[in-house]
Design a binder for this molecule. Structure first.
Ligand SMILES: [Zn+2]
Length: 142
């Protein structure tokens, strides 16, 4: 079962996942066709990445004759949300606000995106202060 709070996908695995989400189901042959040349990956590399994704519970496979058909366990936007959340859990709680502001500043956003972010901000209840959760005496947060 996928440990959704501990989602851990490497850069190479994201490449595989984006193809799987786009195509819904894939065989390793299809992935080799789509990514083999552009990523300069050997078939064995793609098979290794599929095995790792499978071991992590991010994809599932079912047997169809001699081949395996792979599909994602979770949809793309949920996975992106959880991976983003995991990233922000790794940094000091005091740094999250400015990192979110930076991401907004650096991202291309449609009017719909901006409306969505604005409405989230309008509903957001501010906390009075945020406690640093760095290793004690090993940061310059305060
Ligand atoms: Zn801190």
């Amino acid at each position: 079962m996928l440990e959704t709070t501990n989602i851990n996908i490497t850069d190479a695995e994201w490449r595989i996942m984006r193809v799987i989400w786009a195509l819904d189901t894939v065989t390793s042959r299809q992935l080799i066709n789509v990514l083999g040349d552009s990523m300069d990956w050997k078939p064995a590399t793609i098979k290794t990445l599929l095995r790792r994704l499978s071991d992590k519970g991010i994809i599932k496979s079912k047997k169809d004759g001699k081949k395996f058909i792979y599909s994602a366990v979770m949809d793309e936007s949920r996975t992106v949300d959880l991976a983003s959340k995991k990233f922000f859990n790794q940094v000091c709680a005091k740094k999250v606000g400015s990192a979110v502001a930076y991401i907004i500043d650096e991202s291309e956003l449609t009017q719909d995106d901006i409306d969505n972010i604005q409405s989230k901000l309008n509903q957001k209840k501010a906390v009075e202060s945020i406690n640093c959760n760095c290793v004690p005496n090993n940061c310059d947060c305060d």
